[in-house]
Write a protein that binds this ligand. Structure first.
Ligand SMILES: [Zn+2]
Length: 375
């Protein structure tokens, strides 16, 4: 049986490329994980998600524990079988979404109690319960249960929260136990503070994990602040394990994070934007609802090989978006996920070839050109 392992294959500056091996398949890094919140990447069949080049999906513990519940998914054979996705799945711990979505929550040393945003029912999450839920789901990469204060927060609050998260990380490690082929990732906290981030990294190294996430970013601090943390945070974490930046991001956030030593990322952006008519292309963002596309027979991106670009005109995509046809969300989500995966494969190749600086220059130069001139 394949055990969970990470093989760092190439480095270019601080950027890295490698392969994570799991019993359910390999994950090429840097990797972008589409988000399958409620056991589906919205508007996409799982085989279509795979066709975009995704090696791994993210599932949300908070959503799945409330509906249809982890116990039901377990009875039905686990999340992979339930949603018809046989490649690796990473699940978050639920902590972040309790903070952002649930009503009326109470935080104690033990864990957090909260009311469901769906029906107001009362639930609790602790490190032990989060590990149990993620085991019932059959997750390949399990995240520690942590707490993350919204920024800005004062240093005392961030320090206390980080220390609580480190105690929860130790409890998560104990509760996870020994599960060959499955991985447990620790999550570094500490806000924007280098010293607190260093203390957090040290605590996590002491416990020992299969991978390490940089947590507590992409919570509204802005790209400049995020990059300033990524200038030191990844280097505080073990070099021989995957480093995961949670909840990022826009294409230029992703490129900047990879340049600073990040190996994995996830974000709802490509799928959510696909449903609101926002399209990511090599030449920047295109808003398909704009009237300029109404008579345009050209594809979104003539170099893109996705079904939206090879089969349909901007005029058609504009029409189905304006008409609220379901195919609109399907095609635009497909294109966006395809674009994000091409971005990752382009970076992986450039890092392997030692041409990542030139690749980055090309990436930024293309974007500054802006969208093609209207006809
Ligand atoms: Zn396309």
């Amino acid at each position: 049986m394949t055990r969970f392992s990470f093989d760092l294959k190439a480095r270019d500056g601080r950027a890295r490329s490698g392969v994570i091996s799991t019993p359910r398949g390999e994950i090429r890094t840097p990797a972008f994980m589409p988000v399958g919140t409620a056991a589906t990447v919205k508007a996409m069949l799982p085989e279509s998600v795979a066709a975009t080049g995704a090696d791994i999906l993210l599932g949300n513990t908070y959503h799945l524990m409330l509906r249809p519940t982890a116990e039901r998914i377990d009875r039905l054979g686990g999340l992979h079988k339930f949603m018809n996705w046989d490649r690796p799945i990473l699940t978050d711990s639920g902590g972040f979404q309790v903070m952002s979505l649930a009503g009326l929550r109470k935080l104690t040393e033990e864990g957090v109690t909260f009311k469901s945003h769906i029906d107001g029912s009362k639930h609790s999450l602790t490190p032990e319960r989060s590990m149990e839920i993620q085991r019932l789901l059959g997750s390949d990469i399990v995240m520690c249960f942590d707490e993350c204060p919204a920024l800005p927060a004062d240093r005392k609050r961030i320090e206390a929260s980080m220390q609580l998260s480190m105690r929860w990380a130790a409890r998560s490690r104990d509760a996870f136990g020994d599960r060959p082929g499955h991985a447990l990732f620790g999550i570094q906290q500490g806000g924007l503070d280098e010293d607190l981030r260093g203390q957090s990294a040290e605590a996590l190294r002491g416990i020992g994990f299969d991978g390490y996430a940089v947590g507590g970013l992409a919570v509204g601090e802005g790209q400049e602040a995020m990059f300033s943390v990524l200038d030191f945070a990844p280097d505080q974490l073990p070099e021989d394990k995957p480093r995961y930046l949670m909840g990022v991001g826009k294409p230029d956030d992703i490129v900047g994070a990879v340049a600073r030593g990040i190996d994995m990322m996830d974000c709802v952006l490509p799928s959510r934007s696909g449903r609101t008519g926002q399209v990511f292309t090599r030449r920047g963002v295109v808003n398909i609802k704009n009237a300029r596309h109404a008579d345009d027979p050209r594809p979104l991106d003539e170099d893109c090989t996705c079904p939206a670009c090879t089969g349909y005109s901007r005029a058609y995509l504009h029409h189905v978006f304006r008409s609220h046809e379901m195919i609109s969300g399907m095609l635009l989500t497909w294109h966006n996920l395809h674009y994000f995966q091409e971005l990752m494969s382009g970076m992986r190749d450039a890092i392997s070839e030692g041409t990542f600086d030139a690749w980055q220059e090309g990436f930024h130069a293309q974007r500054t050109k802006g969208d093609i001139i209207p006809i």
